[in-house]
Ligand binder design. Structure first.
Ligand code: CUA
Length: 335
């Protein structure tokens, strides 16, 4: 019973945090998201007004000047030259509306872009790959993948600065409840920031078409109180657990081509082309969010990732049944 509870907890880390799986831009829980919601509502209000007026005039015209019994269908309506007043009005009013929208947008964009990180800000480097994310915390010596941990910021003060880069094509970082989209562009560095006001797991995704598995390039932001975040960072910094019970699986893993792409801190496996696996089991999902991380899914993934995420850069290693069991057992020790 207790063991089952512990296993359930390990399989669903942070399950006690509120989950926000419906990434609703109209329910923002961070400062940039709230500012952007303001522009969205203003734009929707103005454009709704324009729609109602224009559609209303069309409906009125159709109704008012409909053909009636006794009308002569062959007779042309009176031909009139336009009115200067009306022409000026419908040129100037839209220009004013456009300037209002530009002005408000520029102000919010500037406010979000010009916010500078404080001394205590967490600096996060996010690197886009086809089709997953490297999450790097240079201040803490921590590297992970696809799941971003940040401290919460109840006062909106402590900012997590996100530096965005790409190693291949253009991607886009989007956590709808936290901030608007920001692209990750090869040979360019973009910055954005997030400051979740409440603890929780916020869902996001790549928002720029980047190839076959663009839709399975998912992200989670796990916002925790600062003490919990610091504990997480401390644990992530540690080298991999070396469980003697998994020695056979470790030997098998290290003898395979896995080591060319994956890093497991404290072992000779030092590849950087794929996600860091040092603390694999501390994550909620595998394959950048394609499946929840549990025994069956991990086994199926290692057996043949192409069955689960066709086109992803990890090939099937064509392991035999016992080899697969050993390798998966070893990966499951990487907490
Ligand atoms: Cu990366 Cu779409």
């Amino acid at each position: 019973m207790l063991i089952q509870a512990v296993i359930a907890l390990l399989q669903a880390p942070y399950a006690n945090l509120p989950q926000y799986p419906v990434a609703n831009t109209f329910d923002p829980l961070a400062t940039p998201g709230q500012a952007e919601k303001g522009i969205a509502l203003l734009t929707i209000a103005i454009t709704t007004g324009i729609f109602v007026v224009t559609a209303g005039l069309i409906v009125y015209g159709i109704w008012r000047y409909r053909i009636r019994p006794g009308d002569d269908a062959t007779q042309e309506p009176p031909q009139v030259y336009g009115s200067n007043q009306i022409e000026v009005a419908w040129t100037v009013i839209p220009i004013l509306i456009v300037f209002v929208l530009i002005g408000v947008s520029v102000r919010v964009i500037a406010a979000v872009q010009n916010a500078s990180p404080s001394q205590s800000s967490v600096k996060l480097q996010l690197i886009g790959h086809q089709w997953w994310w490297t999450v790097n915390y240079p201040q803490f010596g921590v590297v992970t993948a696809n799941e971003i941990h940040v401290p919460v910021s109840p006062d909106g003060k402590m900012v997590t600065e996100v530096r965005l880069e790409s190693v291949d094509v253009a991607h886009s970082f989007w956590i709808p409840q936290l901030a608007g989209k920001m692209d990750l562009i090869p040979n360019r560095i973009n910055y954005t920031w997030i400051d979740p006001h409440q603890p929780g797991v916020y869902y996001g995704n790549c928002a720029e078409y980047c190839g076959t598995q663009h839709a399975n390039m998912l992200l989670r932001v796990i916002a925790q109180p600062t003490a919990d975040f610091n504990r997480w960072a401390y644990e992530q910094k540690q080298p991999a657990v070396d469980d003697p019970n998994a020695a056979e699986g470790k030997k098998a893993f290290l003898s395979l081509a896995c080591v060319n792409c994956h890093l497991i801190k404290g072992t000779p496996s030092a590849g950087v082309f794929g996600p860091d696996l040092t603390h694999l089991m501390s994550r909620q999902t595998i394959g950048a969010g394609v499946l929840p991380l549990n025994h069956e899914n991990l086994r199926a993934w290692v057996n043949d990732p192409q069955q689960i995420k066709p086109g992803c850069l990890m090939p099937s290693m064509k392991l035999t049944g016992p080899e697969l069991d050993h390798v998966v057992a070893y990966l499951e020790t990487l907490h």
